[in-house]
Design a protein around this ligand. Structure first.
Ligand SMILES: [Zn+2]
Length: 130
């Protein structure tokens, strides 16, 4: 069992080594078909950039409606804006926690002598630029 890059759920891998299809809140998880977090975090970085851009664009769009004092704003636009912004904040927290994994492991080893070891690519990345 490996963990999904986007939602963190434990799922089996497909035969080609990618995450099996799974749902989060009745939607197909965007981590489906990508490598698990133990192998790569590229999808998380990419999706974070995409949702941040989408959140900024929708916020600008909404602000334009407010600025010109529009009488009607489509509720779907407000919902889409809040969804994109909250997803981007969630992914940002997730990426921050993921990048702190080697430091967390070092702390765990120091404090209790056992812990959750980070994947090799994270360890190598940290050794490359300390
Ligand atoms: Zn997922």
């Amino acid at each position: 069992m490996t963990r999904c890059q986007i939602c963190g759920r434990r799922r089996n891998l497909r035969r080609d080594g990618m995450m099996a299809h799974h749902h989060v809140r009745a939607q197909t998880c965007p981590g489906t078909g990508f490598p698990p977090i133990e192998q790569d975090d590229g999808r998380l970085v990419q999706l974070l950039a995409e949702t941040q851009e989408q959140g900024r664009r929708l916020t600008r769009e909404l602000a334009a409606f407010y600025d010109r004092r529009a009488n009607y704003i489509d509720p779907a636009l407000i919902a889409a804006c809040s969804r994109a912004v909250s997803l981007s904040l969630q992914l940002e927290r997730r990426l921050t926690r993921h990048r702190a994994w080697p430091a967390r492991f070092a702390r765990q080893m120091e404090r209790q002598g056992w812990g959750d070891p980070p994947p090799d690519y994270l360890r190598q990345r940290m050794e490359a630029r300390p």
